[in-house]
Design a protein around this ligand. Structure first.
Ligand code: M1P
Length: 233
């Protein structure tokens, strides 16, 4: 049987925004009789807010914090701890102080279960500023640079670019690919950050490396995901 695995931000919903109502209705119907999994760097609260309680509790498993906290049919079945140490925090605070992006809005470090989400602009920014930072970062590649420096200085941790304004940081190897150990059979994976440095890359890379039966659907928007699902029907 096929297993359908979906990233959320940029794949099922716009980053940090709710799923389109008509897509939600379509998706709930499409899911029927299928093995569906969600995997995100985000936490339960944000995910429920974005995809809605119905999708969140109807899928087979939800892998929050890149798989460091797992819910099965709505019940918590696994979680691991991760915290930044003082040296890591010091380095990130230096990035914060020296960034060429000068507008800061607070909530730069968000502690999640098994993961820390870090953002230069700060998670309290407005939607408008979020979009401005995203466009600026596409040109300036600040988030990629921070991830590379962090991993170079601290080889035991891993950092990757997830949505539009932040990076996900966790223990080395505790990336999204860990979910592949828990799913048997063919995998259809939908994600928007499958390029190297993105938080969907470890799944795409491992599937290709292990020559496991799979299909990758690299999308640019939730609308593209929706269209692909219509075609798959
Ligand atoms: O899934 C990765 C990240 O996606 C979003 O990131 P941003 O806020 O940078 O757009 C958020 O849902 C974030 O929590 C998550 O880690």
């Amino acid at each position: 049987m096929k297993n359908y695995v979906f990233d959320i931000d940029g794949t099922l919903t716009p980053s940090r925004l709710p799923i389109e109502k008509k897509f939600e209705t379509f998706f709930l119907d499409w899911m029927n009789g299928k093995n569906v999994y969600l995997v995100t760097g985000s936490d339960k609260e944000k995910t429920v807010e974005q995809v809605g309680e119905k999708i969140w509790s109807s899928v087979k498993r939800v892998y929050q914090s890149c798989g460091n906290q797992v819910f099965e049919n709505g019940k918590l079945i696994k979680q691991i701890e991760f915290h930044l140490d003082e040296k890591m925090e010091f380095l990130l605070n230096n990035f914060l102080a020296s960034s060429n992006w000068t507008e800061k809005f607070g909530n730069h470090f968000e502690q999640r279960v098994g993961l820390v989400n870090f953002s230069i602009i700060g998670r309290n920014c407005t939607q408008d500023k979020r979009e401005q930072y995203y466009q600026w970062d596409l040109i300036n590649q600040e988030r990629i640079r921070i991830c590379k420096t962090l991993m170079h200085k601290f080889p035991d941790i891993e950092a990757s670019v997830g949505g539009e304004i932040s990076i996900d940081i966790h223990e080395k190897g505790k990336n999204k690919a860990q979910i592949l150990d828990e799913i048997e059979g063919e995998i259809y994976f939908f994600g928007d950050k499958m390029d190297k440095g993105g938080n969907d890359y470890p799944i795409a890379h491992r599937l290709e490396l292990e020559k496991r039966e799979h299909k990758l659907f690299k999308v640019n928007s939730p609308t593209e995901t929706w269209n692909l699902l219509k075609e798959l029907n």
